[in-house]
Design a protein around this ligand. Structure first.
Ligand code: DCP
Ligand code: MG
Length: 372
């Protein structure tokens, strides 16, 4: 008797910003493999390849069920030959030889360790590897000159590579709210980044701060930082001032993913309360009184708040895809400050994320479904 097995064939739209991607990933084995290849490409300075693997992984994250056969992927976009080969290997034998070799590669391991230091980018790590520095010990011993960020990164390496939990993020939020409330009454603090998307852990905690009266937020960051510093909450900080100016004739160049808000990259000294942290803390017996946590602070004028909120909620790929959609499909230019319509030669205003999706002709996707 002929057995006909029903196999679902998947299909999904081509831009990540057209899809709902929750944290419930049914294809984690496949997407982990592709993400590792993306990471390696990025660590090797091959950003184009990195994006291709990120897009392939994101397309699989949006599928409602686990993939079991290659033939199910006919309607899934963004899968190039290389990604399909990796998927085929994983489906057939449980692992991809290329990915497994990468995991074991000394260069990849060294790139991960060195770029795991806050303040160390791909170029610096690559240079050190060229000089024979592959480990933290070799870095400490052979002592290339480190800048201030890198010295803080190395000093707090273990803490900064330990995931931040939601309870810790909430504790940081309480500190930032106290700081903002003290230096600018009425200021509003919003948790952004991965935690806004519902993630249970993050590599840092990101906040967007504004004030309901336009202009009152100007100059807020230095005050905020000095309050935090005076209270002993800062192990490191670097503040960039706001350099955004809206040109009457529209954006001078296409949406850069660098935005120009008042921004502070910092390392917080977060007191460890009893019952929180615990696991992993210490190492010298018993919990330590504090841990280091990476915290990013961004200040936005309220008129740009919706754009900043959308631009800083992520995921990184979701953001990239929104900008690509805006440019390629709508002839618009989206940044974390504004949306410019080239056809009408004007900025489109918005006071909520919903309005921005509507301007872009996209169905609204809530933060918890932007985990592309
Ligand atoms: N962001 C971006 N492009 C950048 C930097 C940031 O689009 N070059 C946006 C998208 C991110 C958000 O800011 O989601 C915060 O950046 P993070 O690197 O903190 O990313 P996540 O918070 O998403 O991840 P994690 O949980 O690892 O902190
Ligand atoms: Mg984050």
């Amino acid at each position: 008797k002929l057995q006909t097995e029903e196999v679902e064939v998947f299909s999904t739209p081509s831009y990540a910003c057209q899809r709902r991607t929750t944290l419930d990933n049914h294809n984690a084995v496949l997407t982990d493999a592709l993400s590792l290849l993306a990471e390696n490409a990025e660590l090797s300075g091959e950003d184009g390849r990195g994006v291709a693997f990120r897009r392939a992984a994101a397309a699989l994250k949006a599928l409602p069920l686990p993939v079991t056969r290659l033939t199910q992927l006919g309607g899934v976009p963004c899968l190039g030959g290389h990604s399909l080969r990796v998927i085929k290997d994983v489906l057939e034998s449980g692992a991809s030889p290329e990915v497994e070799a990468l995991r074991r590669s000394e260069r990849f391991k060294a790139l991960k360790v060195l770029t795991g230091i806050f303040g160390v980018g791909v170029k610096t790590a690559g240079r050190w590897i060229g000089e024979g520095i592959l480990t933290l010990r070799q870095l400490r011993d052979s002592g290339p000159t480190l800048n201030r960020a890198q010295r803080a990164g190395l000093r707090h390496y273990d803490d900064l590579n330990r995931p931040v939990g939601r309870a810790e993020a909430a504790a940081v939020a309480a500190v930032v709210e106290a700081a903002a409330g003290s230096v600018l009454p009425g200021a509003r603090v919003t948790l952004i980044g991965g935690f806004r998307r519902g993630k249970q852990t993050g590599h840092d905690v990101d906040f967007l701060i504004t004030h309901p009266e336009e202009g009152r937020e100007a100059g807020l960051m230095p005050k905020l930082v000095s309050w935090l510093d005076s209270q002993g909450f800062l192990l490191y900080q670097k503040t960039n001032s706001n350099s955004y100016l809206e040109a009457a004739e529209g954006p001078a160049r296409p949406a850069s993913n660098m935005d120009r808000f008042e921004r502070c990259f910092s390392v917080f000294k977060l007191p460890e309360e009893a019952g929180r942290g615990g696991a992993g803390a210490g190492g010298e017996g018993g919990p330590r009184p504090w841990r280091a946590v990476r915290v990013d602070l961004v200040v936005s004028p309220v008129s740009q708040f919706a754009f900043a909120l959308l631009g800083w909620t992520g995921s990184k790929l979701f953001e990239r895809e929104l900008r690509r959609w805006a440019g390629h499909e709508m002839n618009m230019c989206l940044s974390s400050h504004a949306l410019y319509d080239h056809r009408q030669s004007r900025y489109l205003r918005a006071s909520s994320e919903e309005e921005i999706f509507a301007h872009l002709g996209l169905e609204y996707i809530p933060p918890s479904e932007r985990n592309a």
